[in-house]
Design a protein around this ligand. Structure first.
Ligand code: ADP
Ligand code: MG
Ligand code: MG
Length: 251
């Protein structure tokens, strides 16, 4: 479903991704781990088409479609969802307004009818219940005054509503307490563990992977994938750290 080949990308003329190759099949969850500054967030931004990130070589295809030639909103309409470490706050716009707008613009781009207010609220309630987020939170302005855990739950509700084909989640587990971690992990499973969907889970810690069990674990270092294994690789890393993997990994 997602095929990244020999990807090279730079920011401000500085090369960050350096020949990254990775393939995620439908129905699969892949974890990406790696030292600070390895290029993990850069990969997420490049997949999302964020301005300033220039691809200089390589390709990214999504269900056979060249992703790199699509605009950011076209990638979203094609089914890509990006979750970030620091969700933005949008004063003056409620979560409900924001999410309905986002969903309906994606539906429009796919040639589908927009949801009515009533249809949307029903969907939002269902997803909020799944993530144990109070509907009252969704009526508040986007992320304003939310705790770290509430932001992440709200982001997972957003993912549930948009119902993407591929989710790229960058350190979704950062700053979560144990209960929020479990809820978010179970939310990812409920929303994304489906035969036609895929997940790229960027994380520093093994603990999220106790809830969302990856099919594969990759280590990203110095802008490329340097090692791939099964779930045991995350346990090895937790125990031994990146340095034990040698010079190729050491950042
Ligand atoms: P990770 O998410 O793996 O910690 P990042 O993708 O955030 O790593 O960063 C990879 C490298 O790119 C780092 O060396 C970082 O300093 C550099 N970098 C990130 N953003 C910028 C930027 N806007 N301008 C210049 N360098 C950047
Ligand atoms: Mg970092
Ligand atoms: Mg990062």
């Amino acid at each position: 479903m997602l095929k990244i080949e020999n990807l090279h990308a730079e920011i401000d003329g500085k090369q960050i991704l350096n020949g990254l190759t990775l393939e995620v099949g439908a129905g699969e969850v892949h974890a990406i781990m790696g030292p600070n500054g390895a290029g993990k967030s850069t990969l997420a931004y490049v997949l999302g088409g964020r301005p300033g990130y220039e691809v200089t070589q390589g390709s990214v295809t999504f269900n056979g479609q060249d992703m790199l030639e699509l605009e950011t909103h076209e990638r979203a309409a094609a089914g890509l969802f990006l979750g970030f470490q620091y969700p933005v706050e949008i004063p003056g716009v409620s979560n409900v307004q924001f999410l309905r707008e986002a969903l309906n613009s994606q539906r429009k781009a796919r040639g589908e009818d927009p949801l009515t207010g009533g249809e949307f609220l029903k969907l939002a309630k269902e997803k909020a219940a799944l993530l144990k987020l109070d509907m009252e939170m969704l009526k508040r302005n986007v992320n304003v005054g939310f705790s770290g855990g509430e932001k992440k739950r709200a982001e997972m509700v957003q993912m549930g509503i948009l119902d993407p084909k591929l989710a790229v989640l960058d350190e979704t587990d950062s700053g979560l307490d144990i209960d929020a971690l479990r809820t978010v992990g179970e939310g990812i499973n409920a929303i994304m563990r489906q035969p036609d969907k895929g997940v790229l889970l960027i994380t520093h810690y093994q603990r999220l992977l106790d809830y969302v069990q990856p099919d594969k674990v990759h280590i990203l270092a110095k802008g490329r994938i340097v090692k791939t294994g099964g779930p045991e690789l995350a346990h090895d890393l937790e125990r031994e750290g990146y340095e034990a993997l040698g010079e190729e990994v050491g950042a």
